[in-house]
Design a binder for this molecule. Structure first.
Ligand SMILES: [Zn+2]
Length: 355
C-alpha cells in the first residue's frame, strides 16, 4: 500500500539521519504554554477590569485521535497528564517527532489532551519553514485540505494526510465576560498590545463558551513579534479608531485633510486610515461604500490641490514657514498646518496661534 510504504521510507531515513547527526534539536517547544505557573496570579484577576485580557502563547503542539494514539504509543495507551491548561484541556507527558517533506524533524512536540475525533498539528510559521510545509491559517478543528506530515512516536509512525495548520489568532471568552464586553461567539475583534514591540492584532476570532476562561491565544511567532508571554495583558480595541497619522493631520477642529501633503496624494491606501478619515467626516462608523467614497475623495482633492483648482483652504508646509517667521501662523478652520511644519515651527520659535 502506497501510504504505508511512504511512512516506512520516511521514518527509516529520518531515524537513520537523526542517529547519524545527533538529532536536529530546537529549543524544546516542550510545553504548549511557557512558564504558566508564574503568571497564574495575574490571570486570576477578572478580565473585565478595564477591558484587559491575558495572553496565552501556544507553542507548537498536537491533538491526537484514538486511532493515531494507539499506532504511536501502543494498543490501549492512555495519555498521562503533565499539567492542566488554563482553558479546558491538559498538556500530556507524551511528545512526538514531527517530520516534514524536506525530511527535517522537530522533536519533543507536546501532545495535548484530551483525545479528539481527528488528529491536528498546530505549528507556527517558523516551524512550517523548518519542516517545509505550507500550513494554512485555520480555526482549530477545520483541517479539511490542510497540510500533511509524518508523526513519529515510540511505537510507530503515522502519515497524516491532512491536519497540519497554523491556528488562527483567537480569544477564548467565558459567556459571562462575552456578555460584559457585548461580544458574540465568532465575532472578529482587534487586540492591541502595548510596549516597545506593541502592535495591533487584527482578525482575532472570539470563541465563547461557558467553561472558557477569557484568554487571548496566539502562536509563538505572533507572541514573539509583539514581545508578549503568558500572562501579558492586552486589550480589545476597534482598530478602525486608531490611526495616529489621520488624527494628527486632522487635529485642528477635527477636519479631515482635504489637502494632504504631496507625499500622501493618491497614496492613502491603508483601510484603517481611510475608515478614520471617513468616520471623522461623517461622525459615524462607516460602511464599505463610504470608505470607497473616501478613497475617491482623497484622490480627487489631492489632484485638484496639486493643479491649484481647489480651494479656499491653505496648507502650511515646512517650505512655507519663512513667510510666517515674523507674523506667526494663525490657524483657522481653513488653514491646515502639516505635522512636520508644526514641529519645525516650534523648533524655529514661530508662533502658531489658534483662533
Ligand atoms: Zn486556544
Amino acid at each position: 500500500m502506497d501510504t504505508e510504504q511512504l511512512i516506512r521510507d520516511v521514518v527509516k531515513s529520518v531515524l537513520e539521519r537523526l542517529q547519524k547527526e545527533g538529532m536536529f534539536a530546537l529549543p524544546a517547544g516542550s510545553t504548549a504554554g511557557q512558564g504558566a505557573n508564574s503568571v497564574q496570579q495575574s490571570r486570576n484577576k477578572s478580565a473585565r477590569a478595564d477591558k484587559k485580557i491575558v495572553c496565552g502563547i501556544s507553542v507548537r503542539h498536537i491533538h491526537l485521535c484514538r486511532e493515531h494514539l494507539e499506532i504511536l504509543f501502543g494498543k490501549g495507551y492512555e495519555l498521562s497528564i503533565l499539567r492542566d491548561l488554563y482553558n479546558p484541556g491538559f498538556a500530556s507527558k507524551e511528545t512526538l517527532t514531527v517530520v516534514g517533506p524536506k525530511l527535517n524533524a522537530i522533536q519533543n512536540v507536546r501532545v495535548l489532551g484530551p483525545l479528539r475525533s481527528s488528529t491536528q498539528v498546530e505549528l507556527a510559521k517558523t516551524d512550517c519553514i523548518i519542516l517545509g510545509v505550507d500550513a494554512p491559517v485555520r480555526p482549530s478543528g477545520e483541517t479539511g485540505g490542510s497540510s500533511s506530515c509524518v508523526l513519529v512516536g515510540p511505537k510507530g509512525a503515522v502519515y497524516l494526510q491532512e491536519g497540519v495548520i497554523r491556528a488562527n489568532r483567537h480569544l477564548h471568552m467565558s459567556s459571562e465576560d462575552a456578555n460584559y464586553f457585548q461580544i458574540k461567539d465568532n465575532q472578529v475583534v482587534d487586540i492591541r498590545v502595548p510596549g516597545p514591540k506593541g502592535l495591533t492584532f487584527n482578525n482575532v476570532q472570539v470563541r465563547v463558551a461557558p467553561d472558557f476562561k477569557t484568554e487571548f491565544h496566539v502562536d509563538t511567532d505572533d507572541g514573539n513579534a509583539a514581545d508578549i508571554v503568558n500572562g501579558s495583558i492586552v486589550e480589545i480595541v476597534d482598530a478602525s479608531c486608531i490611526s495616529p497619522i489621520a488624527s494628527q493631520m486632522a487635529d485642528t477642529d477635527k477636519i479631515p485633510p482635504s489637502i494632504p501633503d504631496g507625499s500622501f496624494v493618491g497614496e492613502v491606501t491603508d483601510p484603517n486610515i481611510l475608515k478614520n478619515i471617513c468616520s471623522i467626516a461623517t461622525g459615524r462608523p462607516c460602511t464599505n461604500e463610504q470608505i470607497k467614497d473616501a478613497i475617491e475623495a482623497v484622490k480627487v482633492s489631492g489632484k485638484e490641490a496639486l493643479s491649484g483648482q481647489l480651494t479656499k483652504k491653505v496648507l502650511v508646509t515646512v517650505a512655507d514657514l519663512d513667510k510666517y517667521a515674523g507674523t506667526g501662523i494663525t490657524v483657522t478652520k481653513d488653514v491646515i498646518v502639516s505635522p512636520l511644519a508644526k514641529d519645525e515651527a516650534n523648533a524655529r520659535g514661530i508662533k502658531i496661534i489658534y483662533s
